[in-house]
Design a protein around this ligand. Structure first.
Ligand code: SF4
Ligand code: SF4
Length: 384
């Protein structure tokens, strides 16, 4: 497989500058072969939000990608994503992605409209996926991620972005089915095996640091990346923001399968190298220390349970919460509900049921949910 990752500078979202940077990167990392094809572009949305919040792939980046793909002779361009709580006829209005799609002559796809079963016989965690039918309709899928931190998976980029191909709330049960970082990562890698994405273009002009992917802060990075190899791109991008790339569960699992790469040393960088671009003060999600599988196995069950209770958990700031109920709807393990009346009305979390998937934190539109460390006393006595 082609192992080239082209990284180039792009300091602003000025349309011609972004287009020129993308074209340079795509020319340097060959493999974007879309002539005569139906192409599905998958930006990252999370929930519909304005571009300045840096939650979604920027509309100018999407515009440049559509322009480039049109010039390379694509027959038809579909664009879509499915936020965790998608409303009917979702058009990505706030993010500007719906408007750009229309203006550029591409087609916005409602991912909830029709689904298709995509088999994955070689899957480690999942043998079949129910995805938007656009995946079957398209000859090739192109991932358009934004470089961000991710509370559960530490980092989100090209491979994790494909999770949005699973329509709307059908994503939540996946967190219940695959509650650990490792099992969830295996499912994401299976998804990439099933979909076989053709190429990725990453918006790392302004990324997100801190508690991403929905509640962090915009961070200027000033780069765009292009590659036909999604794992290679993710290894490069996570290195730039300061993670040891193999500590990212999705990348570690993907590398172990030997499909995209056998070793990170196989990656070629025709333009800039990630080791020259590291951002030392990028605010990352701290990596959880793992005792290793053998230690896990040898620990008595009550100790393992107690350790799980010490895992950082979501806590709600009532002064910010608008009681919209989005978090209660996204919670796949049914650990959240709205209780009480009048001024006492509030969202409550059952921490014995909570699996620490952090979907609620990701989806809250007003950043009312923080992921906080759990004190020894709270874990011991089960206080909330
Ligand atoms: S915590 Fe956030 S998502 Fe949950 S009800 Fe409050 S405002 Fe809505
Ligand atoms: S309360 Fe939040 S973190 Fe816990 S299971 Fe529900 S969505 Fe996940």
């Amino acid at each position: 497989m082609n192992t080239q990752v082209a990284i180039t500078r792009c300091e602003t979202y000025e349309a011609e500058t972004v287009y020129a940077a993308l074209r340079l990167a795509v020319d340097a990392a060959p493999g974007l072969d879309v002539s005569g094809k139906t192409v599905l572009l998958k930006p990252n949305i999370v929930f519909d939000s304005p571009p300045e919040k840096a939650i979604a792939t920027h509309p100018v980046f999407l515009e440049a990608a559509i322009r480039l793909i049109k010039e390379r002779g694509a027959a038809r361009i579909l664009v879509g994503d499915s936020p965790g709580l998608q409303t009917p006829n979702f058009t990505a209005k706030l993010s500007g992605l719906g408007e750009v799609t229309k203006r550029m002559g591409a087609e916005w796809v409602d991912f909830t409209r029709e689904k298709a079963d995509i088999p994955c016989p070689e899957g480690k965690a999942q043998k079949q996926f129910s995805l938007t039918a656009a995946v079957r309709e398209a000859d090739c899928v192109i991932s358009l991620p934004k470089l961000k931190t991710h509370q559960l998976m530490y980092y989100t980029g090209a491979m994790k972005n494909l999770f949005g191909l699973i329509p709307s709330v059908a994503k939540s049960p996946m967190h219940v089915r695959f509650p650990s970082r490792e099992s969830f990562a295996a499912m994401i890698v299976d998804l990439n095996v099933a979909v076989k994405p053709h190429y990725a273009l990453m918006d790392a002009i302004i990324g997100m640091e801190g508690p991403g992917p929905g509640s962090g802060d915009p961070r200027h990075i000033g780069l765009v990346l292009a590659s036909p190899n999604l794992l290679a791109m993710d290894l490069a991008a996570s290195e730039i923001v300061g993670y040891p790339p193999l500590e990212i569960p999705v990348s570690r699992d993907a590398l172990s399968r030997g499909i995209w790469l056998r070793s990170p040393s196989e990656i070629e960088y025709p333009l800039l190298r990630p080791d020259t671009l590291r951002i030392p003060d990028f605010k990352k999600i701290p990596l959880k220390k793992s005792g290793g599988q053998l230690t896990e196995f040898l620990l008595p069950k009550p100790f393992r349970k107690f350790r799980e209770r010490l895992t950082p958990r979501p806590e709600i700031d009532r002064s910010i919460c608008r009681l919209c109920g989005d978090c209660t709807r996204i919670c796949g393990s049914k650990a959240m509900h709205i209780a009480g009346e009048g001024p006492e009305k509030q969202v409550r979390i059952d921490y014995n049921t909570c699996i620490r998937c952090y979907c609620c934190h990701e989806i809250c539109p007003v950043k009312a949910i923080e992921i906080r460390k759990v004190s020894f006393g709270k874990a011991l006595f089960g206080r909330s």
